[in-house]
Unconditional design. Structure first.
Length: 438
């Protein structure tokens, strides 16, 4: 293994070799596809068949992901601690096996309470194989190209929305609900050996530096640490942020609450978008294609919004995309037509994708690369209020027979989120300032 000095003494060799960080990005994309993407999108195919086969209402089924996200909050905090100490490799390898087992078990659940319990285990596994864990894996390898790298990695979630529901629906039609659960579970299980073979903790462990030519990146990261009120402490451990320090930072609360409110609408809407299109008159195939197209637009949005954060102040980029997110939701309140649906797919799909990908970018830009896993585990607890999106959707449909009331609430959430993000203070270079209070 080469050390950092020897790697830098042969810049031509470094430039010719493909930077290993991009393999980390690919692995993170796959894990997000089969982890977060599965629980986020696959149930567009399962919701109606489950309701028909088990006799459960949509409101009852919507309780499952809400409970799952409550477990996810604790899981993110726990796994955030582990990934900060030991790195993402062991977590991705083991948690993917737990996720696969839980997803397969869902196919055997006949009692709604058992379904809830297994769903909570499923979300615990997902929080260990994707989310903050994959974001940390990518963040460790990039600074200057952080937005681009995270955009590609998180695009896996939306690509799952384009592929998995249609694949699941085809399997359900051909072999039934249980077959779909088992086949998808087998795919999730493949993340375990792949992540063990590919994932490495930091570029420094391989004699490299962030971005592959990281002299500038290291300087930028040191500047981020200084903005956070830390002296650079090297790469052995992240800068020291305790919970009490984090909660005294205004930026911590503004970012956490903004993304929590915005993500409530994304999770609530996308979890059952296909049924919504069916409810307003589209046939099953058209409804599924519209949902898949929304997810595909989200994949493009994840990449492009995150990449824009590499070129422009992240605060301004995030405020813009949340504004568009609210505008897209407004289209769901307009009398339905194919033209309106397509406009929704383009505007909402493109903007909601950026909500997921810019969150780790904004956290890292504010608190620095090395502080990311420590801060992320705390801030994701606040973001966890997004779980209210599920009961809002289920309650709206149960009481009114439509999702209109939920969409109005979500628009209000997004307006508040824009105000919170816009209130972040920035330094002369356009980077958000944590404003840590001692």
């Amino acid at each position: 293994m080469k050390n950092t000095t020897s790697a830098l003494s042969h810049p031509d060799d470094v430039r010719k070799a493909r930077f290993y960080g991009w393999y980390i990005v690919l692995m993170a994309c796959i894990a997000n596809f089969l982890g977060s993407g599965t629980v986020f999108y696959a149930f567009n195919a399962f919701l109606e068949p489950l309701s028909a086969a088990r006799g459960w209402t949509r409101a009852q089924i919507n309780i499952a992901p809400m409970l799952g996200y409550m477990v996810n909050i604790g899981g993110v905090f726990f796994f955030g601690t582990i990934v900060a100490r030991f790195g993402p490799r062991i977590l991705m390898a083991t948690a993917s096996l737990l996720t696969a087992t839980a997803f397969a078990a869902l196919g055997f659940c006949r009692d709604i309470l058992l379904f809830y319990a297994v769903f909570m285990i499923l979300f615990l596994g997902v929080s260990g194989m994707s989310g903050v864990v994959t974001a940390t894996a990518v963040n460790n390898w990039f600074v200057r190209k952080r937005g681009t790298a995270l955009g590609i990695a998180t695009a896996g979630v939306s690509l799952a929305g384009f592929i998995l529901p249609r694949a699941a629906l085809a399997i359900i039609d051909a072999g039934g609900l249980l077959s779909a659960f088992l086949w998808i579970a087998a795919a999730i299980g493949m993340v375990s050996p792949l992540s063990w073979l590919v994932v490495r903790r930091r570029p420094e462990d391989m004699g490299l530096l962030p971005d592959g030519d990281a002299a500038t990146a290291v300087a930028d990261d040191a500047a981020a640490a200084n903005r956070a009120g830390h002296a650079p402490q090297g790469d052995a451990l992240p800068p020291h942020w305790t919970f009490s320090m984090a909660v005294r930072s205004p930026a911590f609360w503004r970012i956490g609450l903004a993304y929590g409110l915005c993500m409530a609408s994304v999770l609530g809407v996308m979890f059952q978008l296909k049924p919504r299109f069916s409810d307003v008159g589209f046939d099953g195939k058209t409804a599924m294609n519209l949902m898949a197209a929304t997810a595909l637009a989200g994949a493009a949005g994840k990449y492009l919004w995150a990449r824009l954060c590499d070129r422009f102040p992240a605060r301004n980029v995030v405020a813009t995309l949340i504004t568009l997110n609210a505008a897209g939701l407004g289209l769901l309140l307009v009398p339905h037509s194919l033209a309106t649906a397509i406009l929704f797919v383009v505007i909402y799909g493109f903007s909601m994708g950026g909500v997921v990908s810019t969150q780790p970018v904004l956290i890292a830009a504010t608190f620095g690369r090395l502080a990311f896993p420590t801060i992320a585990r705390y801030i994701w607890v606040v973001v966890g209020l997004n779980c209210i999106g599920y009961p809002i959707m289920g309650g709206s449909f149960g009481m009114t027979g439509s999702y209109g009331a939920a969409y109005s609430i979500f628009i209000a959430f997004n307006i508040v989120a824009v105000c919170l993000i816009a209130s972040l203070k920035m330094d002369a270079k356009g980077n958000p300032i944590p404003e840590k209070k001692d």
